[in-house]
Design a protein around this ligand. Structure first.
Ligand code: 3PG
Length: 222
C-alpha cells in the first residue's frame, strides 16, 4: 500500500451528506427508460429524495439522464459500477453519486478525479480495511442479509468505529429497522420500494405508498 493512497476522510464529507438524505436508498433495476421520471416523482411524493439506478440494464444511463433533466429535486446515482468507462458514462449522464457492490479501485480513482461522492462495497473485515486505507469512510455492506444481517454490521462497526455502513442486499421493510438502529448505519439500500411487479404495471401509486412507509424509517435513526 503506497503512502499516496492513504487519504483519510477524502470522500467522507460528500458521501456522508448523500447517505444522510434518506433512511433508505431505493436501488432500482429499470427495464424502460420512460419509467424513470414517473418513478422518481413517485418516490419524491412518498418522501424519498434519492434514487440509485443499477447500471445493469440498457435503460440505465438514459434513465439517469432523464431524471437529472426532468426531476432535478431527487438525488440520482448510478450503482453496480465496476469500470472507469462506466463511471465516466454515468457521470456524463448526470449521476450525482456512484456506488459499487464491492471493491473497484479504478472506479474510486475516477470518482475522486471527478469529485463525485463514491460508495464502494465491502463484506469482509479485509475489504473494509482495504477501503479505509484508500480513504473511504463509508461503504455498502453487501449482501447484508446473506452476510449475517444487522449483527454482522454491528460486528464490523465495533472494530471500524469511523466507518459508516449502508447495508444493501436482502434488506426489507421488516429488517431495515434492525440496521437503522445502529449508529454506524445512516441508511440502508434496497429494491423493496420499487419491486419489479409494480414497475411492470407502472403502479406509481403503489411505489409512492411503499416510499411513504420507508420514509417513516427515519424514526429509527439514532
Ligand atoms: C441491487 O444491486 O439490486 C441491490 O443490492 C438490491 O438488492 P435487493 O434486491 O436484495 O434489495
Amino acid at each position: 500500500m503506497t503512502a499516496e493512497l492513504r487519504v483519510p476522510g477524502a470522500d467522507l464529507t460528500d458521501i456522508a451528506a448523500t447517505l444522510g438524505l434518506s433512511p433508505v436508498i431505493p436501488v432500482v433495476t429499470l427495464q424502460r427508460e420512460a419509467d424513470a421520471v414517473p418513478l422518481a416523482e413517485a418516490l419524491l411524493r412518498g418522501g424519498i429524495p434519492i434514487i440509485e439506478i443499477a447500471l445493469r440494464t440498457a435503460a440505465a444511463l438514459g434513465a439517469i439522464e432523464a431524471i437529472r433533466r426532468d426531476c432535478p429535486s431527487i438525488s440520482v446515482g448510478a450503482g453496480t459500477l465496476w469500470t472507469p468507462e462506466q463511471t465516466l458514462q454515468a457521470a456524463s449522464a448526470g449521476a450525482e453519486f456512484i456506488s459499487s457492490l464491492g471493491i473497484a479501485d479504478a472506479v474510486q480513482d475516477v470518482t475522486r478525479s471527478l469529485k463525485l461522492p463514491y460508495l464502494p462495497g465491502a463484506q469482509t473485515a479485509s475489504e473494509v480495511a482495504h477501503l479505509t486505507r484508500r480513504g473511504c469512510k463509508a461503504m455498502k455492506f453487501f449482501p447484508a442479509g446473506a452476510a449475517g444481517g444487522a449483527a454482522a454490521v454491528a460486528a464490523r462497526a465495533a472494530v471500524f468505529p469511523d466507518v459508516l455502513f449502508c447495508p444493501t442486499g436482502g434488506v426489507s421493510a421488516t429488517t431495515a429497522p434492525s440496521y437503522l438502529k445502529l449508529e454506524a448505519v445512516p441508511c440502508v439500500g434496497g429494491s423493496w420500494i420499487t419491486p419489479a411487479a409494480l414497475l411492470a404495471e407502472r403502479n406509481w401509486t403503489g411505489v409512492q405508498e411503499l416510499a411513504g412507509r420507508a420514509a417513516q424509517l427515519a424514526n429509527y435513526k439514532p
